[in-house]
Design a binder for this molecule. Structure first.
Ligand SMILES: [Zn+2]
Length: 241
């Protein structure tokens, strides 16, 4: 919390992961209800400890939501979440990190990835869609350039679903730490979002360590504003969307 306050943040939201497989079952490694409970308790404790100094949100990042609508609905009723992110980390039940981008049919992988995001963006009740072109991160780690912009129509459809349904697009700054010049999603995709009528984005640093909290936010804000978009000051307030 001291790191967040010293960086001038007015609001910070903790979002534990919870993910599903295509069978609708939780993944195991990234679906630990015990962790969600511990974070809920910790958020309540921190809210008391830092009252008046920073707003602290309790959130969740749900992976592969499209496979488990009923289970997610029950999960969301079980905790007082302030902010829910949707993401897509596993294609064919294999983590994006574990695909072999040099050997696999990357084009087929990208198509499946976009299909999943289309389903999520059109039918899931999230607040913000996380790191839209995340596949770029893992391909890049293996020395392969993947740009989902070659599928402009599908990407625009995902963006227009977000706009039409009054959701936020996340700008994830972890890309900068991983040696990429653009956040997730890229400037081109952010420009398309604006063209599709999008106005607001939420910032996510994907911080798993205190040093990374809000890392790259200034750089991302400059980019976002140069494209005519605006960063929401408090992503938990839904009224301005
Ligand atoms: Zn994620």
């Amino acid at each position: 919390m001291r790191s967040a306050i010293s960086k001038g943040l007015e609001t910070v939201v903790f979002t534990e992961h919870y993910e599903y497989l295509s069978t609708g079952e939780p993944t195991g490694s990234f679906s630990d209800l015990g962790n969600v409970e511990r974070i809920a308790d910790e958020v309540m404790r921190l809210r008391n400890a830092y009252a008046g100094r920073i707003r602290i949100g309790f959130g969740l990042e749900i992976g592969q939501w499209q496979f488990a609508h009923d289970k997610v609905e029950r999960l969301l009723c079980s905790f007082p979440f302030d902010f829910v992110i949707a993401s897509y980390h596993k294609v064919d039940d294999v983590d994006l990190k574990l695909h072999d981008y040099r050997r696999e049919d990357v084009e087929a992988l990208v198509q499946k990835y976009l299909c999943g995001l289309l389903e999520i963006s059109s039918g899931c009740d999230f607040d913000s869609l996380a790191h839209l072109d995340l596949i770029r991160r893992y391909a890049h780690m293996q020395g392969v350039d993947v740009h989902i912009e070659t599928h402009e129509e599908a990407v625009r459809e995902i963006l227009s679903n977000i706009v039409r349904r009054g959701r936020l697009l996340e700008v994830n700054t972890s890309a900068y730490r991983q040696g990429l010049d653009e956040p997730f999603p890229s400037a081109t995709i952010l420009r398309w979002y604006r063209q599709e009528g999008g106005r607001l984005v939420s910032l996510g640093s994907d911080a798993h360590h205190t040093d990374d909290i809000a890392a790259g936010f200034e750089r991302a804000t400059i980019l976002v504003e140069s494209l005519g978009l605006e960063v929401v000051t408090d992503p938990m307030v839904k009224a301005h969307r």
